[in-house]
Design a protein around this ligand. Structure first.
Ligand code: UT7
Length: 379
């Protein structure tokens, strides 16, 4: 079993900034309302010629360069997005071609704003089984092209961006330690773009009724978001054996500061432990977590050995969380041996020592055995 560690990261945001004051001139809203109800001050809006794939490529190039690998070294590309260039083919294939990652398998993954964490979990499985070694995971959203710019319920919330990470295998417990995913399709109508799919194929009626745009029941999504964020953080801490004090940083989906504050309060975790950049980007859906991850690293908020939790929710309605041990060090500095396993380990060591007829190699065998079979915790 291999661990999937994050060895490269990158982000891209379009140059154009749309402020709350700009929005005041477009719909009946105010800077005060947006700031107070969401925490958002401004967001980035893609240029007409930009697409999900062009933005993804920018983030991907940075991630590959940080990981020190070339596009040809990749074994797989997964692109999480709800705003691909086309319905067909996948934007991931376009990215694969634009990067020059010849014949590398690539696919899109749709799970709304939770898409990046779903993609991270999928990629982790390919690494864990040893099937692939170098995987590019991208979260991209060009949601401005799916927004009704006359609907104040949605147009003040979203922004465009892309984020990417490279995953590579490690024999030691680092990188993605555990994950959880969830979905409740009975609430699909809470956040939906009806038009253009097989139920309402594009037609004049779809356009007349503006079914091609995103519709959202904000208060319903809000309540759902707080509930699943609290539940997901608790569950992921339990499944990864982390106590609140051992978590250095929580990177939540950047949708609304009030959602994060409400979840933090219920969890009893101070807001200082939550990374926030939604004031500058708004809700960038599947790009929100990888972009926040990049900025947290740039700001020195994440260091080697840190335990971080990423948690998200979105259309589906879906949710997910990942616990990540940050760092690229292969060495294990300290061991804590679980008592239940200590006895069997001792017996194995004795047997091994007897088998090789001496004790000279004992320390070496012990190290190997511990690394493979024991739960290892940092001191
Ligand atoms: O990635 C997941 C994506 N979605 C989300 O995370 C969204 C979750 N929901 C939210 O963030 C919040 O529900 C919103 C920010 C969307 C709305 O905030 P709220 O506090 O739930 O407001 P509300 O929808 O209950 O609306 C309160 C009032 C309404 O007026 P009345 O009926 O009280 O007269 C709205 O019409 O605010 C009005 N309103 C606005 N006023 C000024 C709604 N949007 C705006 C606006 N500017 N942009």
């Amino acid at each position: 079993m291999k661990y999937a560690r994050i060895t490269g990261w990158g982000k891209y945001a379009p140059a154009k900034v749309l402020t709350n004051f700009d929005l005041e001139k477009m719909v009946e809203t105010s800077n005060e309302w947006i700031l107070e109800r969401t925490g958002i001050r401004e967001r980035r809006i893609a240029a007409p010629e930009e697409t999900a794939s062009t933005m993804s490529v920018e983030a991907a190039k940075q991630a590959l360069s940080r990981a020190g690998i070339s596009p040809q070294d990749l074994d797989l590309i997964i692109l999480a997005t709800s705003s691909p260039d086309y319905h067909l083919p996948a934007a991931a294939s376009l990215v694969q071609d634009m990067l020059g990652a010849k014949y590398v398998p690539a696919f899109d993954l749709r799970a709304g704003c939770t898409g990046f964490l779903y993609a991270l979990a999928v990629a982790t499985q390919f690494i864990a089984t040893g099937a692939y070694r170098n995987i590019l995971v991208i979260g991209t959203e060009i949601i401005s092209k799916f927004i009704d710019w006359t609907d104040r319920n949605t147009c003040v919330l979203f922004g465009d961006a892309a984020g990417a990470v490279v995953l590579q295998p490690s024999d030691y417990p680092t990188g993605v330690i555990s994950f959880l995913l969830g979905s409740d399709g009975s609430q699909a109508d809470a956040l939906i773009a009806y038009g253009g799919g097989s139920k309402y194929p594009f037609s004049q009626e779809v356009l007349d009724r503006k079914l091609n745009y995103i519709r959202m029941d904000g208060p319903r999504v809000f309540k759902f978001a707080v509930r699943v964020m609290v539940q997901s953080v608790r569950e992921i801490m339990a499944s990864s054996g982390l106590l609140p004090d051992e978590v250095s940083l929580i990177i939540p989906h950047q949708a609304n500061i009030r959602i994060i504050q409400a979840a933090a309060k219920e969890l009893g975790i101070p807001m200082e432990k939550f990374y926030i950049n939604l004031d500058r980007y708004g809700n960038t859906s599947a790009a929100s977590i990888p972009v926040a991850l990049c900025e947290a690293i740039e700001e020195g908020r994440i260091k080697d050995g840190d335990n971080i939790i990423m948690v998200s929710f979105g259309a589906g309605l879906t949710w997910g969380a990942c616990a990540v041990k940050w760092g690229v060090a292969e060495a294990i500095p300290f061991f804590v041996v679980e008592p239940a396993k200590a006895l069997s380990m001792l017996k194995r060591v004795q047997r091994a020592a007897a088998n090789i007829g001496g004790t000279l190699l004992l320390p070496l065998y012990t190290m190997k055995s511990w690394g493979k079979n024991l739960k290892i915790r940092r001191k």
